[in-house]
Design a protein around this ligand. Structure first.
Ligand code: UD1
Length: 353
């Protein structure tokens, strides 16, 4: 079997890591295509290096642009690559513009498409990620949802027959790296004591960064928190804040460039709290049993909320109270699988190739 993975943005490199590892020694051929959506070393290269992902076989070098320009540039570049490789499966990951472009290119060329992390929904049609998810799920031949909730969403859209529950591959890599960094002292910006207490924050969603009034309000909330906040500043946040003349180094905030994955896991594991709008980080906080506050009105990872480890504060009210709330009751629940999802992904693809 020959599988061609299309990736391009940071969370996709994390998801690719366990999948690439699961292909090792199987005799299957795995081709990696990097669209170039994320191109800074801290957003891309360090993930390949730290997570021991083989270098991409093809790099499209697409870079930044508006939604349409970026997605269109990927589509234009992918045809020739997919034609050359003619894989048994084109495997796309998550919900970014790289996901949609990979799926659309493949279906147009009549190549079978599998969507890893299928079935997640926010039901918020203002998010670019929500369009990418829905369109990719309906284009794909095989859907690989991470949770029971995602399976139910697919069934509600008439897609149950194409779906196979595999679990969450981000859990595979998180558990592995958690064990590898256990006992290490987190490397934090100057002025933040790793002995704590401190919070870790990330903000990058268009709905939080692209409206100036909203971005100012988000930064004000984070800066006013009653503990030091390590802000892992995504390039989108830095660019939007600088265009507004908005200072990120203010109040409780300690901004820093995004961390490599192992450093991020160590920092979150040692944190008293996580404040974020990232999907992956909400779940990573839960898996590390660190309480999380999410600055969005909804989440795709509803299990984190139901189990009490995540609260939503999309309206930005009561954020400080949420961040200082008592720890929730401990839980042995494993809604994201057993850390062996990537092996199930490879086995499922091979059965259907
Ligand atoms: C994308 C995904 C989002 C995912 C996120 C993870 C889409 C629509 N969104 O959002 O689902 O959660 O990645 O990070 O695909 N930039 C750099 N250097 C980089 C990458 C980006 O400076 O290496 C800048 C670009 O100039 C751009 C901005 O960051 O203006 C945003 O990048 P973009 O690829 O549009 O989306 P993200 O916000 O990263």
């Amino acid at each position: 079997m020959k599988v061609l993975s299309v990736v391009g943005a940071r969370p996709q490199f994390v998801k690719l890591a366990p999948v690439a590892k699961a292909f090792e020694g199987t005799g299957h051929q795995h081709v990696i295509v990097h669209t170039g959506q994320h191109y800074d070393a801290v957003m891309s290269d360090v993930f390949f290096a730290d997570l021991q992902i083989p270098a991409p076989d093809v790099h499209l070098g697409v870079g930044s642009g508006s939604q349409g320009v970026q997605t269109g540039a990927m589509l234009g570049a992918l045809d020739a690559v997919l034609e050359e490789h003619r894989p048994d499966w084109v495997l796309v990951y998550g919900d970014t513009n790289s996901t949609l472009a990979g799926a659309l290119s493949a279906v147009k060329l009549h190549l079978p498409v599998a969507h890893l992390e299928a079935g997640l929904r926010s039901f918020n049609r203002r998010m670019p990620e929500e369009h990418n998810r829905v369109l990719t799920d309906h284009a794909a031949d095989l859907l690989l949802p991470p949770t029971e909730v995602a399976v139910r969403h697919l069934a509600a859209e008439g897609l149950a027959e194409r779906a196979v529950l595999v679990g969450d591959v981000m859990t595979d890599v998180l558990l592995r790296v958690r064990d590898a960094v256990a006992g290490t002292v987190p490397e934090l910006p100057d002025g933040v004591d790793p002995a704590g207490p401190y919070a870790v924050a990330t903000i990058h969603r268009a709905e939080n960064t692209d409206d100036p009034a909203r971005l100012r309000a988000v930064v004000e909330q984070l800066a006013g928190l009653p503990l030091p906040v390590v802000l892992l500043a995504h390039p989108r946040l830095v660019a939007r804040a600088s265009a507004l003349g908005l200072e990120l180094r203010t109040g409780s905030l300690h901004p820093t460039t995004p961390f490599p994955y192992p450093q991020m896991v160590a920092a979150v594991a040692g944190a008293a709290h996580v404040v974020t709008d990232s999907g992956g980080l909400q779940k990573e906080a839960f898996l590390l049993r660190v309480p999380c506050t999410t600055l969005r009105t909804e989440t795709e990872w509803v299990e984190t909320v139901e189990l009490g480890w995540n609260v939503l504060r999309g309206d930005l009210t009561g954020v400080a109270e949420a961040v200082t709330r008592p720890r929730p009751a401990d839980t042995g629940a494993t809604p994201y699988g057993d850390g062996r999802a990537a092996e199930k992904v490879v086995a499922t693809l091979a059965e259907r190739a």
